[in-house]
Design a protein around this ligand. Sequence first.
Ligand code: DGJ
Length: 533
Amino acid sequence: MRRSSALFFVLMAGSVAGTLEAQVKEAPLPRLVQRGGRFALFVDDAPFLMLGAQVNNSSAWPATLPKVWPAIEYLHANTVEMPVYWEQLEPRQGQFDYTVVDTLLSQARRHRVRLVLLWFGTWKNGSQHYMPEWMKLAPEKYPHMVDKNGRPVDSPSPYATASLEADKLAFTAFLRHLKATDPQRTVIMVQVENEPGTWASLRDYSPAAQKLFEGPVPPEVVTAMHAQPAAPGASWQEVFATEAEVCFHSWSVAKYVGQVAAAGKAVYPLPLYANAALRDPIKPGSPGSYESGGPTDNVIPIWKVAAPALDIVAPDIYMSDSVPYLKVLELYHRDDNALFVPETGGGSGVARFFFSALGLQAIGFSPFGMDYTGARGASRQPEEFLAPWAQNYRLMGPMAREIARLNFEGKLQAVAEETGKPAQTLSFGPWNANVSYGAVRNGRGNGNPEPTGRALVAQLSDNQFLVTGFFCRVDFRPGDGSSDKHRQFLRVEEGTYENGVFKPIRIWNGDQTDWGLNFSSEPQVLRVSLATY
Ligand code: DGJ
């Protein structure tokens, strides 16, 4: 063969291989599934547990990603939440720049993680700071809300038709691009806006909004809120009294966000959600003491009816005490809403609540500010900040699929330590799992010095359990209350999951089982086979 024709064949072979490489097989669409009163996020057609990490607000740029990936690796996260900035995506009206999104996709794939992309569109923490310059410079077309005194506030009007149309266009362009470039489903979910609502005013007082506020409450809102209007066609004030303005603003904001979500979903039906800046779940302050208009716990039904294209409304939890934290988890774990914690923070004691969330079938959990850009807490050692979260994910990473499946099947219970409660009982029918904290050798203990304990127990078969945790002791007793039967450990195997199969590495016995199963800071997973005598 002449050299030139040999070269031709080499080039041809190379280009065929390149084309094949480019033809990635289309994976099934991620979707939220509800069955038997429980939810799961299906990714690649099976339940998936998001071990998430959200980066700082200004970290999703090609220049900052080198400071993101080492943190994600250290955490053992399987999903990264990254913003997509409207001002970057559409620098000139109608001209879209996908280079940053493409970089996020390719680098996430290289690091073998999934993405949840956060659409920083019309709202970011109640403001319109991520609108592109061409919108910021035309406030008469893309207006701010106006307060009671007719002054503009730092929040977009949910009645600005041009803003809504522009957001729909940009969001659909973004999702259309994902549809075309992400057949492998690196992106498993998208957040629509960020903490939508308003801090500086309870609602929009523009003439258009005022007219609607004085008009009748839409009947679907009355039904959703189980409200009792005195007469048909009653106004917001008449139906909701002191909460009238918050309910009205929630309806207004949710309608807008719902339209953006629906437009995006029509082009690429990924699971979508909106996140909430919370109100105090125990002693809710009066309207004005929390962000108005977002999916706070009191208006979730309004969001559900106004924005059906959103699959989930999700709490951003920045609390450290167990009482409010657990209350928030309960409030967002509803028959019509899967529990998902897209942001959390609030101190080193917060990582334990990952287990509480799993106990309520959470589909995912994500601490905030997880990168090495020094954007927050620059005085702290970055790994000190990340370590408690890394501990959770190092443990769960290899078995995240099994945990998601067991939870979806209703076989899993998980709890975190609460101050003043050194013991908890998890009931599995014929067996009770007794969890205790701060236990000494043969005594039960009074709790850990700091409440850092957490435990997870899942039933694998009638008398076999998966058990794990940190800073706790787990033991079993027959659940029928009969005192003449004793628990007997047939076999306690420590091991790891590899590709869905439990691989034992040793058997625990002697001091390791005589006083119950003790978990320290080590990531240890046990398969426990029980009998009675
Ligand atoms: C909640 C927001 O959703 C995040 O984007 C971020 O601003 C945090 N608050 C605080 O840093």
